[in-house]
Design a protein around this ligand. Structure first.
Ligand SMILES: NC(=O)c1ccc[n+]([C@@H]2O[C@H](COP(=O)([O-])OP(=O)(O)OC[C@H]3O[C@@H](n4cnc5c(N)ncnc54)[C@H](O)[C@@H]3O)[C@@H](O)[C@H]2O)c1
Length: 359
């Protein structure tokens, strides 16, 4: 079978990983490179000299391809989505799909109308540690009932190899990072959120324009409650991470973002470390994600991490923002209802939502 021909759109920090990951997959090839930055195109062409490079997405209708990979900032993807859908190209879009739920919902509807598969790059689902956690619930510790998720980081937004748009965007922690965490919660607890009580804030020393720190109490339909703290402006150079799930027969404790999994049954004196396969972070997870995308396009597996599924995680972000503004818990499902009742409104009016939720 001939390899999947990919046009990589956005050639910044994340694309450096994608170029390597795509090269390691014999089922894939990069045929096009798009970025308005000439320096970014030149750097990418050094690695993929046979690809056609262009400054904008008009390339999508000009060359033969099968798919686009969007590694662009989440804000301002309208033209990219329109070009991909009208060229009939399958889409693998980096998270978050958009920087508003309504825009993301519009993209999902656009792709569905044009019968274009749309997958979102939720690579953390594909980590061995995540898969093993699901297995521990099923085989060892039983059903989770409550949890604590702590992510503490000193994220120096000025670091040369980091993207710069989070420094100035609205709610950077939530849209850029917590979106992964919220998605993981829905994935491993196998349930949808029914309540988010959030508080977002920006400490006095923050280098970010808008809130870099988040705390939230999240409840899922199956009863799981999570105390969440996600911080970009805390800690020191060593990141702090711990995700504890308390289950019917014991506890699962993940001590590092990419691994270090342990469990204990209630009567155990100590944690038992869980062996995980050798693993290169940012690479193996993206490889597994890309393989899943290829399998879905070849028809050998269902599409995972669909755009439509992603809307539920994005609604958690939106609920957290509204909750913090209104100082009350928000059910993310109410945002869906509100959006359906008011098509075309880009930003939901919190006071209108408040009236609806109290009805
Ligand atoms: N899944 C993950 O673990 C992970 C990790 C890092 C970043 N990301 C995501 O990847 C995406 C890109 O992040 P990044 O760190 O590479 O950002 P970046 O700012 O380093 O790179 C973005 C690139 O997109 C280009 N660009 C901007 N507008 C464009 C347009 N209209 N058409 C084509 N190119 C355009 C910019 O010139 C830049 O080169 C974001 O959605 C981010 O959240 C995901």
């Amino acid at each position: 079978m001939s390899p999947l021909r990919i046009i990589l759109v956005g050639l910044g920090a994340r694309a450096q990983f994608w170029m390597r990951v795509i090269r390691s997959n014999p089922d894939c090839i990069i045929v096009g490179l798009v970025d308005p930055s000439e320096a970014a195109r030149a750097r990418a062409l050094e690695q993929w000299p046979a690809a056609v490079a262009a400054p904008d997405v008009s390339l999508l209708s000009q060359i033969e391809a099968d798919a686009v990979l969007l590694a662009t900032p989440p804000g301002g993807r309208e033209a990219q989505m329109e070009a991909a859908c009208s060229a009939g190209l399958a889409i693998l879009a980096e998270k978050p799909l958009a920087d508003s739920v309504e825009l993301a919902a519009r993209y999902v509807e656009m792709a569905e109308a044009d019968d274009v598969p749309l997958m979102v790059g939720l690579n953390f689902r594909f980590l061995p540690v995540t898969q093993k956690t699901l297995e521990l619930f099923d085989t060892t510790v039983g059903e989770p009932e409550f949890a604590r998720f702590t992510y503490e980081r000193w994220r120096d937004g000025w670091k040369p190899n980091f993207n710069k748009y989070p420094l100035t965007m609205d709610q950077p922690m939530l849209w850029e990072q917590s979106i992964h965490h919220f998605d993981l919660m829905r994935y491993v607890y196998r349930s949808e959120p029914v309540s988010v009580f959030g508080h977002t804030f920006n400490p006095s020393w923050s280098m970010y324009r808008d809130d870099a720190n988040v705390s939230a109490l999240i409840t899922f339909a199956n009863g799981v409650t999570v105390n969440y703290q996600g911080l970009w402006q805390s800690n020191w150079q060593t990141p702090g991470f711990q995700w504890r799930s308390e289950c019917a027969r014991g506890v699962v404790v993940q001590n590092e973002q990419f691994g270090q999994l342990n469990y204990a049954l209630h009567a155990d004196a100590e944690l038992t470390p869980v062996p995980l396969p050798p693993y290169e972070q940012w690479i193996n997870d993206a490889e597994a994600l890309l393989a899943a995308f290829v399998a879905a396009l070849r028809g050998t597996a269902p599409l995972l991490c669909s755009g439509r599924d992603h809307l539920s995680s994005l609604r958690m972000v939106q609920a957290c923002i509204l909750s913090s503004q209104q100082n009350q818990a928000i059910n993310p499902a109410d945002l869906e209802t509100a959006a359906k009742r008011e098509p075309g409104h880009h930003h939901l009016d919190p006071s209108a939502l408040q009236q609806r939720t109290s009805q």
